[in-house]
Design a protein around this ligand. Structure first.
Ligand SMILES: O=P(O)(O)OC[C@H]1O[C@H](O[C@H]2O[C@H](CO)[C@@H](O)[C@H](O)[C@H]2O)[C@H](O)[C@@H](O)[C@@H]1O
Length: 259
């Protein structure tokens, strides 16, 4: 009989120190916030240890370039956070894409209508503690400093999107409700990246922590790949592995870089 703890926290295996096929047959896809980065009070308050930058750079080399970021952040944010690295990346849930490090950027989604952004701005301005993050093709309402507003935020953003932005859809995340171009998700982003060198023909391995990452977890599984869910998460997930927190992710990356 399954015990209560098992029902609360689905069993996933600890992430192996070295995925089978590393480094020649693996492509590594990394989420940022809550995975490589500790969560912080606001989007601009995150930081990454220099040794993690060094480990990622070494992994890029060992993987023949087959390491990409898949994130809800903008590409400008990704490059700022990971400087001086310029990695392949699917940013804004895939609405901004860079297939090769330092290569051309492809835009896959239009910004939401200005009247939506304006309406969200007015909503946020009237409620201390909320914050609007305008990322271009995607916009987010953060409620980390006023978690009691979660229901109100979700309801209002959903209503405004339904009314004003038919080409966009909701993406809930950690203390945030995002609006992203319809059809742009981390699963389709992974598929797009996997179509080209240096990813094509490799087995995707994804690390992520949030609901948005489930799209990438499922896409990776369809290629025979795998995923690791970061954090003590009690919801069902397509990830078969787990790691306790971003610090463990950073340790794992450092060890893998030298494996
Ligand atoms: O896909 P990710 O790389 O995980 O990015 C998801 C969102 O991350 C950021 O918001 C989250 O992290 C913030 C800093 O730790 C935190 O304050 C916020 O509560 C989290 O939701 C980012 O601001 C968003 O644009 C990303 O979509």
């Amino acid at each position: 009989m399954a015990n209560a703890a098992n029902k609360r926290l689905p069993l996933r295996a600890p992430l192996p120190a070295k995925p089978e096929g590393f480094p020649d047959r693996i492509a590594l896809f990394l989420d940022l916030d809550g995975t490589v980065l500790d969560l912080a009070a606001s989007p601009g308050a995150v930081s990454i240890p220099q040794e993690t930058i060094v480990a990622i750079a070494r992994l890029v080399s060992r993987l023949g370039g087959a390491l990409a970021v898949i994130t809800g952040r903008s590409l400008a944010d990704v490059d700022h956070i990971l400087a001086p690295l310029r990695l392949p990346a699917a940013a804004l849930h895939g609405a901004e894409l860079r297939r090769r490090g330092g290569g051309r950027v492809e835009d896959g989604g239009s910004p939401p209508p200005q009247r939506l952004t304006a309406a969200l701005g007015a909503f946020v301005d009237a409620r201390p503690g909320l914050a609007l993050e305008d990322k271009g093709a995607s916009v987010a309402v953060h409620y980390r400093s006023t978690p009691e507003r979660e229901g109100e935020v979700r309801e209002r953003v959903a209503g405004l999107v339904a009314q004003l932005a038919p080409a966009h859809e909701l993406q809930p995340g950690k203390m945030v409700v995002e609006v992203r171009p319809r059809g742009c998700d981390k699963g389709s982003a992974l598929v797009t990246l996997m179509a080209d060198a240096p990813f094509a023909g490799r087995i995707p391995f994804v690390l992520g922590d949030d609901l948005t990452d489930e799209f990438a977890f499922e896409a990776a599984a369809a290629y025979g790949g795998a995923a690791a869910l970061v954090g003590a998460v009690s919801r069902p997930s397509a990830a078969i592995y787990e790691l306790p927190d971003p610090a463990a992710v950073r340790d794992w990356l450092a060890a893998l870089a030298d494996a």
